[in-house]
Ligand binder design. Structure first.
Ligand SMILES: Cc1cc2nc3c(=O)[nH]c(=O)nc-3n(C[C@H](O)[C@H](O)[C@H](O)COP(=O)(O)OP(=O)(O)OC[C@H]3O[C@@H](n4cnc5c(N)ncnc54)[C@H](O)[C@@H]3O)c2cc1C
Length: 410
């Protein structure tokens, strides 16, 4: 029986572990803290299947200079990290050419289609279908100019068959009452789904994995060594062996990949939020304030306000003034929001410069499968990624072309 060790008990690692287990493989998951310790716990809970346009795009290059002027705005580079992030930013800038954007949009669309197709059967198989919500997303705009600037993106989505509806304020009030009148237009996407609560979801996946015989070991992995058709997994306390390894340690994965000689330019886009008690607002769907870089999400456990990108690496302490700034704006945009009693959080999005994940075999060993770097879309693409990983582990051909996701593409 093939023995597989998955490194990382986030949404990617556990989804892959469950799909591998369903194929009859013997699976162990190793995480330094346990299930849902990383970005998968505190995210906005969206299955953003309609979000096929890469972040690396000319639109972001236009907005970035203005955003960077506000130290608590949607995009920040702390001076202490500016030099380290420079090579990643250069690659990001190169990924913004029209040709690169067309290629990454096509790749992202294939990944989204696969992820949506795989999601409901996966939720059903893992007993988590009751956590799925299909209540859509409302993106809102403050000016005609902002709305017009969004239109090429909507045309691109239209070309890929994505449904949406542009709205004036009156229609928006029917979708989400209580929006500030400063928002004059909006776009509703019904194909944007969400999970009741991302942390509870990952914990439920862990429970299901254990119930089906899976083992979750708490240990910090320090490196991997391929050895005679197997892989040695070094942790701080011991060395384990498996036939195959899946590397799904989120924003920390490149450090482990480096022990195999792989140089993968993974960085983190740090994101912030505040989760308010469930009664804080009568929120009917997720609302995106794109011009301000944050979303307000209805979860079973509360109202989550957050987003933003801070290119600050893995070591700098969090700056929760960013959570406060977004909460202040949310109050201005949804005046009925009760802002007391919130819980602040910061998470590390694992991001590659071309906005696509790294999914595929390691160049050092065909027995190591990389599955990380999903950036803003790890929950969204978790079921699709798990399907691909399970195919690679069982020597089947995955249903999407993996060339754009090749971990060695940089
Ligand atoms: C503010 C914010 C909002 C977001 N909103 C959304 C959203 O709405 N929809 C969406 O699709 N995505 C969203 N994302 C992105 C999403 O959260 C991530 O892409 C996703 O969680 C990544 O999952 P992962 O399993 O790769 O990583 P993680 O969840 O970070 O898991 C990695 C795991 O690896 C473990 N680990 C790390 N190093 C080691 C080691 N050396 N040894 C052992 N274990 C190790 C960690 O403990 C952790 O449990 C958001 C992110 C943020 C920050």
């Amino acid at each position: 029986m093939t023995e597989v060790t998955v490194i990382g008990a986030g949404v990617i690692g556990l989804s892959a572990a469950l799909m591998a287990q369903a194929r009859g493989l013997t699976v162990t998951v190793v995480d330094r803290e346990g299930p849902a310790a990383g970005a998968s716990a505190g995210n906005a809970g969206a299955f953003a299947f309609t979000d096929i346009l890469p972040l690396a795009s000319p639109g972001i290059l236009k907005k970035a200079p203005k955003w960077l002027l506000d130290p608590l705005g949607p995009l920040t580079i702390p001076p202490a990290y500016a030099l380290q992030i420079a090579p990643w930013l250069f690659r990001f800038w190169r990924a913004c050419s029209p040709r690169a954007v067309a290629a990454s949009t096509a790749a992202q669309t294939a990944m989204m289609d696969l992820s949506r197709t795989e999601l409901e059967p996966f939720l059903a198989a893992t007993g988590t279908l009751g956590m799925l919500r299909k209540n859509g997303n409302l993106q809102v705009y403050e000016t005609e100019a902002e709305f017009r600037a969004s239109l090429p993106g909507w045309e691109a989505r239209n070309a890929h068959g994505i449904e949406f509806q542009h709205m004036v304020a009156e229609d928006m009030a029917a979708v989400q009452p209580g929006l500030s009148p400063r928002f004059i237009k909006g776009t509703f996407t019904p194909g944007w789904w969400s999970i009741a609560d991302p942390k509870l979801y990952v914990q439920a996946l862990a429970d299901q994995f254990r119930a089906a015989g899976g083992r979750i070991v708490i240990a910090e992995v320090t490196g991997l060594t391929p050895q005679a058709g197997k892989v040695s997994i070094h942790t701080k306390s011991e060395t384990m062996t498996a036939d195959k390894v899946v590397l799904a340690a989120g924003a920390f994965s490149h450090r482990i990949a480096a022990t195999l000689g792989e140089r993968i330019p993974l960085e983190t886009e740090r994101g912030y939020n505040t989760t308010l008690p469930p009664g804080a607002l009568d929120l009917r769907c997720q609302v995106t304030f794109g011009g301000h870089g944050f979303v307000v999400s209805p979860l079973s456990t509360g109202i989550r306000v957050g987003g933003a990108v801070e290119l600050g690496g893995l070591s700098l302490p969090p700056n929760f003034k960013r959570s406060e700034a977004m909460l202040g704006k949310a109050k201005a945009f949804l005046p009925a929001l009760q802002t007391e009693g919130g819980r602040q959080w910061m998470g590390f999005r694992p991001s590659l410069p071309d906005s696509l994940p790294a999914i595929g075999r390691s160049k050092a060993s065909p027995n190591v499968v990389n599955a990380f770097g999903h950036g803003h879309l790890g929950l969204t693409q978790s079921a699709g990624t798990a399907r691909i990983v399970a195919d690679l582990l069982t020597d089947l051909t995955p249903p999407v072309d993996l060339t754009p996701f090749n971990p060695q593409r940089f």
